[in-house]
Design a protein around this ligand. Structure first.
Ligand code: FAD
Length: 770
C-alpha cells in the first residue's frame, strides 16, 4: 500500500524530504505543510538581499508551491500551521493561518522539520516596534522596508553570530552606521578567539562600532524608527533600527506536546535513522539534537547542509530504506566584509571543555602562489590528536581561499585522516589557485613535524610570561621589530644565529619565534642540533598578536578620497590625504607578500625618496594595516593615508627628516637608544655590527657604538702615528691590523682570498664597506 507522508515545514529539511520521497515513490501521497507563504526560500540569502547584493527578491524563492507541485506532485499547503499531533490516531491537526479553519489529516509517516526560532532576550523593549529578528521572508520584508526609508542613522545589531555579522555588513553596505553589541568577548563564538581577532579588526576597519563583552539591558522605543538601546557598558546608543540576532532555539512545541522525547540540549531526540521516540515520526533540521561527529556528544548545530541531508535520509527511511545520518561536524563559513572565516570539526574551546587531549598548530600561508597577483594571507589552525595525529578540527580566516581549505579539511575529518595524510594530499595546483605546497600540505608538514618530535612547539600562552629558566629569542630581522616584539625577547636574526650561538645561555630553554613560524622552526632546528633545549612558537608573532589581542583596532571612521587615477579609496587616517597622494614618489606593489614583507619593502624604499616625498604601498596581508601604523610611530615617518584599495590596503607614507632624539617612544618593547659593543676585530663581525647599527638608526634609534678589545682595531688609523710605546706595546702594535681595511674574516679568510671575494660581492651589490 502506498504510504501517506505528512511533512511539517517546507523549507530546507522539509522540502528536501518531500522531493526525495517523491523520487523514491511515485505512489506515496505527500503533503507538506508550511506556516509561511513561501516554501524552499533561501534563508541563507536573506541578509544579502537586505544589503542589496541580491537585488531581486524573486531570486530568493528557490521553488514556488505551484512549481514544486508541478515537478514533484507534492500537495503543498502554505499558510497552514500544524497545531497538534495525535500519535494514537496517527493524525495531525492543520490550521489555515488566514481563516483559522482546522483539518485533521491522517499519516503513515510524519516528518517534522519545523526549524528553529530566533531567541528574543528577556529584556524590556525586546518586542518594541523597530526591533526585529530575521528568520524568514516576512521578517526580511519588514527590515528592508525600514532600511529603505532610512537614508542615514544608526542600526544596532545585537549578537555577533553569523546572522549578526552578515546583518552588520548588510546595513553598513546600505550606508547606515552600525553598532554591533556582543555579550561574549568575541564574535563568531563557535571559533577560537585568536581566529576571530582579525574579524574584530575588520569590523572596526569597516566602521562598525564593535562592543564586545557588552549586553543590551533595555530597548526604549519612542516610535518605530527612534529607539534607544541601553547597554551594560553605560554607553547607550540611539538607533533607527535594532536587529536581535542572539541565537536560535529549536521549535519543539509540537513535538513536546505530542510527548516525543526531547534531548538534553533541548532539541528533538532522534536516532541515527532520524527517528524520534515514536517510530512513525521522523525529525530533521534545526529542531533536532544531533551527535557530534567526533566524540559523539549531543549538540544543536543549526545549519542548512545538515538539514538538507537529514531531510533526504528521513525520506529514505520513511520509505523503507536503511539510511543512516552519520553525525554533524559543524562545518561553517561566514563572510565578514573582505574576510572569510570557516571552521570544521571541534574547536580548541570544545576540545578543552571535553577534556580530550589535543595538540594545535597555526600556520599563515598564502591563498595561492605569492608571485601571482591577488595572493592573500591565510591563517589556518589545525587541531589534532597528539597520539595518532588524527585531525580533530580546523579553522581558517583570510581574504581568499578559506572555504576551499575548510572543505578539504572537512572531508579529511570525515574520513578520519591524520596530519601525515594531509602532508601527502595531492591537490590541484596552478599559480592562480594554490601553491605546490598547498596550505593543507603545509599544515600537514608542520603538524607532522610536531607529532614526530622534529619541532617541539610552544604557544602564545607559554611566552606571555616565560619562566626564569627560559629565554625568548626573536629571530626576525631588526627592521621587523619596529612593528613590535614579545616583551623580554632577545633579537638574533636567523641568518646570524650560527655565528652568535655562543651568546645564548645553554642552561635555559630557548623559546624561538619569528613572524609566522617558519624561521622560528629553522632556528629551533639549528639550536636543537647544537645541543640547546628549544621550542618554536607556533604561528609566530602573528599568532601571538592575535592571542594576546594586540591587533590594534583602527579608529577613524572611513571616508572616501579619489586619487589621481580616479580610484575611489575608503580612507582611514588622514592628514591632508590629497597632499600625500600628490607627493607619492614611489609605488610598491606588495600584494601577496606576507607581513613583514611589505614593511621591509617600505623601509628599503623610504630612504631612497627625498624628505617630504612619499612612498605608497599596496599590500594584501591584513596585518599590514596595523603594522604600517606601528612602523611609522616607531620610525617617525608620517602615515598620510591608509585606504581600502580593491580588496587590498594602500598606505601612503611621507618621508620625514628623522632625527633620533625627536622620535616618539618605541611602539614595542624596544627602547629607542641602542648601544652596540664591538669587541671583535674580524671583518664579518664588524660588518654585522655596522649593519645592525645602521638598521637601528634608520628605524629612528639613537645608536652608540662602543669599541673594545680587538674591536678597537677597526678605529685604528691605517698610517703609522708617532707615539711613544714600550716593547710590549710595540709588539702588539705590529701584530694588530692597522685599521678597517686590514681586518680579516673570522672564518675562511684563505690568506685574504675569502675577504677579497666578499669585498668584490659587496662592491657589485653596492654595499658600503666599513
Ligand atoms: P527551516 O528552513 O527554518 O524551515 C522550517 C519551516 O517550518 C519554517 O519555514 C517554518 O515556518 C515552518 N514551520 C515551523 N513550524 C511549523 C508548523 N507547526 N506548521 C507548519 N510549518 C511550520 N545555514 C548555513 O548553513 N549557512 C548559512 O549561510 C546560513 N545563513 C542563514 C541566514 C539566515 C538569515 C537564517 C535565518 C538562517 C541561516 N542558516 C544558514 C541556517 C539555515 O537556514 C537553517 O539551518 C536551515 O534552514 C534549517 O532548516 P530546517 O528545515 O530545519 O528549518
Amino acid at each position: 500500500m502506498s504510504p501517506r507522508i505528512l511533512i511539517v515545514g517546507g523549507v530546507a529539511g522539509g522540502a528536501s524530504a518531500a522531493a526525495r520521497a517523491r523520487r523514491l515513490s511515485e505512489d506515496a501521497e505527500i503533503i507538506m505543510f508550511e506556516r509561511g507563504e513561501s516554501i524552499s526560500f533561501a534563508n541563507c540569502g536573506l541578509p544579502y538581499y537586505i544589503g542589496g547584493v541580491i537585488a531581486d527578491r524573486a531570486r530568493l524563492l528557490v521553488q514556488t508551491p505551484e512549481a514544486f507541485h508541478r515537478r514533484y506532485r507534492v500537495d503543498v499547503r502554505t499558510r497552514t500551521t500544524v497545531v497538534r499531533i495525535d500519535r494514537k490516531t496517527k493524525s495531525v491537526v492543520a490550521r489555515d493561518v488566514l481563516t483559522g479553519d482546522e483539518r485533521t489529516e491522517p499519516y503513515d509517516v510524519l516528518i517534522l522539520s519545523p526549524g528553529a526560532e530566533p531567541v528574543r532576550p528577556p529584556i524590556p523593549g525586546a518586542d518594541a516596534p523597530g526591533v526585529f529578528t530575521l528568520r524568514n521572508l516576512d521578517d526580511t520584508d519588514r527590515i528592508k522596508a525600514v532600511a529603505d526609508r532610512l537614508e542615514s542613522g544608526r542600526a544596532v545589531v545585537v549578537g555577533g553570530g553569523y546572522i549578526g555579522l552578515e546583518m552588520a555588513e548588510a546595513l553598513r553596505q546600505r550606508g547606515l552606521d552600525v553598532t554591533l553589541v556582543e555579550l561574549a568577548k568575541q564574535v563568531f563564538i563557535a571559533a577560537d578567539p585568536e581566529m576571530v581577532a582579525p574579524l574584530h579588526q575588520q569590523l572596526e576597519y569597516h566602521g562598525v562600532d564593535l562592543r564586545l563583552g557588552t549586553s543590551v539591558t533595555e530597548i526604549r522605543a519612542e516610535d518605530e524608527t527612534h529607539l534607544h538601546v541601553v547597554t551594560s557598558d553605560g554607553r547607550g546608543v540611539d538607533a533607527r533600527l535594532v536587529i536581535l540576532a542572539v541565537g536560535v532555539r529549536p521549535e519543539t512545541g509540537l513535538a513536546r506536546a505530542a510527548g516525543l522525547e526531547i534531548g538534553p540540549t533541548g532539541g528533538i531526540a532522534v536516532d541515527e535513522h532520524l527517528r524520534t521516540s515514536d517510530p512513525a515520526i521522523f525529525a530533521v533540521g534545526d529542531a533536532v539534537e544531533v551527535r557530534q561527529l567526533i566524540g559523539g556528544s549531543p549538540a544543536l548545530i543549526p545549519l542548512a547542509g545538515p538539514a538538507n541531508r537529514q531531510g533526504r535520509i528521513a525520506a529514505d527511511n520513511a520509505l523503507g530504506r536503511d539510511s543512516v545520518y552519520k553525525r554533524t561536524q559543524g562545518t561553517a563559513v561566514c563572510k565578514v566584509f573582505d574576510l572569510t572565516i570557516g571552521m570544521t570539526g571541534l574547536s580548541e574551546k570544545s576540545l578543552s571543555a571535553s577534556g580530550r587531549r589535543y595538540e594545535k598548530i597555526h600556520v599563515h600561508p598564502s591563498s595561492h602562489a605569492g608571485y601571482y597577483p591577488g595572493a592573500m594571507p591565510l591563517s589556518l589552525k589545525l587541531l589534532f590528536d597528539p597520539g595518532n595525529g588524527v585531525v580533530l578540527g580546523a579553522q581558517a580566516v583570510g581574504a581568499a581561499g578559506v572555504d576551499k581549505r575548510i572543505d578539504v579539511l572537512a572531508v579529511a575529518i570525515r574520513a578520519g585522516l591524520t596530519v601525515h595524510d594531509l602532508a601527502e594530499q595531492e591537490l590541484a595546483y596552478a599559480p592562480p589557485y594554490g601553491s605546490a605546497k598547498d596550505p593543507i600540505n603545509y599544515a600537514g608538514f608542520v603538524a607532522a613535524n610536531v607529532l614526530d618530535g622534529d619541532m617541539p612547539i610552544c604557544h602564545a600562552a607559554d611566552v606571555v610570561e616565560p619562566r626564569g629558566d627560559q629565554l625568548l629569542l626573536d629571530v626576525r630581522d631588526p627592521a621587523e621589530l619596529a612593528v613590535g616584539t614579545i616583551p623580554g625577547a632577545v633579537n638574533i636574526p636567523l641568518d646570524e644565529l650560527r655565528d652568535r650561538i655562543d651568546e645564548l645561555p645553554r642552561d635555559k630553554e630557548i623559546l624561538a619565534f619569528c613572524q609566522v613560524g617558519l624561521r622560528g622552526y629553522l632556528a629551533a632546528r639549528i639550536l636543537t642540533l647544537s645541543g640547546f633545549r628549544c621550542r618554536n612558537l607556533s604561528g609566530g608573532y602573528k599568532t601571538y598578536q592575535a592571542v594576546v589581542g594586540h591587533l590594534p583596532p583602527e579608529e577613524a571612521p572611513p571616508h572616501e578620497v579619489v586619487d589621481d587615477a580616479g580610484q575611489v579609496e575608503t580612507t582611514r587616517i588622514l592628514a591632508d590625504a590629497e597632499d600625500g597622494l600628490a607627493a607619492v614618489a614611489k609605488e610598491i606593489d606588495a600584494r601577496g607578500l606576507q607581513c613583514p614583507g611589505p614593511i621591509m619593502r617600505l623601509a628599503e624604499e623610504i630612504c631612497r625618496v627625498d624628505v617630504g616625498r612619499a612612498v605608497a604601498v599596496v599590500a594584501t596581508d591584513p596585518g599590514f594595516r596595523a603594522d604600517v601604523g606601528a612602523w611609522c610611530a616607531s620610525t617617525g615617518h608620517e602615515l598620510r593615508l591608509l585606504a581600502a584599495h580593491d580588496g587590498a590596503c594602500r598606505a601612503v607614507v611621507v618621508r620625514r627628516d628623522v632625527r633620533p632624539a625627536a622620535q616618539p617612544a618605541a611602539a614595542g618593547a624596544l627602547a629607542k637608544q641602542k648601544t652596540i659593543v664591538v669587541f671583535s676585530g674580524d671583518f664579518d663581525k664588524a660588518m654585522a655590527a655596522f649593519i645592525i647599527a645602521n638598521g637601528a638608526a634608520a628605524m629612528g634609534s639613537r645608536v652608540t657604538m662602543f669599541f673594545t678589545f680587538w674591536g678597537l682595531n677597526i678605529l685604528r688609523r691605517s698610517e703609522p702615528v708617532a707615539v711613544r710605546k714600550n716593547l710590549v706595546e710595540r709588539m702588539f702594535g705590529r701584530m694588530m691590523p692597522r685599521g678597517a681595511e686590514r681586518l680579516a674574516l673570522s672564518k675562511m679568510n684563505l690568506g685574504g682570498a675569502g675577504l677579497a671575494m666578499i669585498k668584490g660581492i659587496m662592491r657589485r651589490k653596492n654595499v658600503a664597506s666599513l
